[in-house]
Design a protein around this ligand. Sequence first.
Ligand code: ADP
Length: 622
Amino acid sequence: MGELASMGGARGPGGPRNRVSGSDEDAQRRANEDAPVIPGLGRRIAALFRPHRRGLVAVVALVLVGAGLSVVPPLLVQEAFDVGLFPADGRVDLRALAVIVGVMIAVFVVSAGLSVAQTRLTAGIGNSVMGSLRVQLFERLQSMELGFFTRTKTGVIQSRLQNDVGGVAGVLTNSVQNILGNTVTVIAAIVAMLLINWQLTLVAVVLMPGLVLVQRRVGRVRARIATRTQESLSEMTSITQEALSISGVLLAKSFNRQAREVARYQDENGRQVRLQVQQAMSGQWFFALVNVFLSSIPAVIYLVAGWLITGGATDITAGAIVAFTTVQSRLLFPLVSLMRVALDVQTSQALFARIFEYLDLTPSIVDADDAVDVPEGPASVVFRDVEFRYPDAAPGAAATLSGVSVDIEPGSFVGVVGPSGAGKTTISALIPRFQDVTAGAVEVGGVDVRKLTQSSLIDRIGLVSQESYLFHASIADNLRYARPDASGEELVAACTAANIHDTISSFPDGYDTLVGERGYRLSGGEKQRLAIARVLLKDPEILLLDEATSALDSISERIVQRALDTASHGRTTIAIAHRLSTVQHADRILVIDAGRLVESGTHPELLARGGVYSRLFSEQNG
Ligand code: ADP
């Protein structure tokens, strides 16, 4: 009965939320709160178990053997009484008794072993299904285009992977065993009851379908609450992720907004607490009802039995009534367990729907069926009348890039300059296919990048951006991300070329120094030089430098600039620059303004033209 107490009284889907906020974000969230609709959900969940068919058959076999064995002890009790203790001749038969007791104990031992084996099998199957779901999800997310991650909060993504997959774990591991075992027990009990008396059995089971109907309703309510709970969990993960990251903490501290962050967390946490209580309470009234109902059946049986006997029934002896109510009461626990599992399964469907929703995401940038590798040889980069619009740009807004045509020869150094927001970074994003053009084409090595395999394309390109990302690992590990098999000498050579080897050598732990979360233990210039060394290890033919030095002070900038000059030697280099001085020596400088290529030429040519470039130049040089 303790079982019943822990179950979930429907509380209505809405429940008070104590949230007085009418913001768009809130409305959006409420709209998202119902579980996504996934067609064929049940079939897809079942398909997850397909690789474990043999394991499942073994579980079924174990459950059946276990159920069969469970019938033996009650039969032996009868033997113990009739043959051992109180035989017809009145003399206790110790030998027979010893054998019977021995067999009983053996049955208990074997049953216990079977139950352990069952648990091992089901835990193995459940966890491996969950594990492969997690990996599939991770893989799918890794394949998504960059735009997906700029649109979606990191915490929300992490939450699907952790909280939603984690949420179905219990169901995956326990349900199979529970459903099979209890179904067998319930069927056996009903058969036994039928053997004793069919009218009484009818009385005992007539209301069961009603319970099942009520249970399904409760399940739906719980599924809705579960969806909300997961939404709230993902919101909490987002807040944690944003507020407790280095940048988040820095921001909160510098604006003295720690209290606001705590309040935000507290607010969402309050919602989470209310949802958890709702979830715990949903179904409580139902299970209380089931409890009263199932407990009252024996009493009703006495009444009905009396009525039947009065009506002339002769097969209802005192023994039959005792036997019947004994069996019926043994039905209670498995029935309640089954309803609980059914409820859990129903609730978990909401979580499965959220998982499948993410598994069904389709990356918008994928390899073409007939994609080829980037042709061997020097890599030219060509833009043909390129137009680009961000998918989420306001309708009617001007394109981010339009009519951009450039022909960059292999091995040349091209600078890209222009006012902030002109579209320079967007140009560099089109080359490795982080974004696809909306019209025109970008070609690498003479082939449209949309006809190239992404892996061969990325292999040819090295990218150094304004803020280089470093893992919380050793310097050597960060460098080897570019090439896992790089030798120690190669690391030193790359770092020497990138002007960072001496600095690394001066650290007590040298190349084993931990760089700290996102590289916060290194100065900006050191991080950039490390990032350059990393790219040098990759040894790409095309080098994209996106304001690689603009975050640095002039001394660091000069050191990093020297490293970049070495790095760009012999590579097709496209350097986006804020400070014109960094690309003054370029073979060609492209001037971008409001998404258009407005000027192109060498520094002296552009100065002589007296256009946008010469204006920018005089602004920067007084
Ligand atoms: P630049 O590098 O020259 O400063 P960008 O290429 O970064 O300019 O941006 C060009 C324009 O595109 C800007 O108006 C910017 O606001 C817009 N933009 C940049 N990234 C996105 C994005 N992910 N979604 C929508 N608009 C964007």
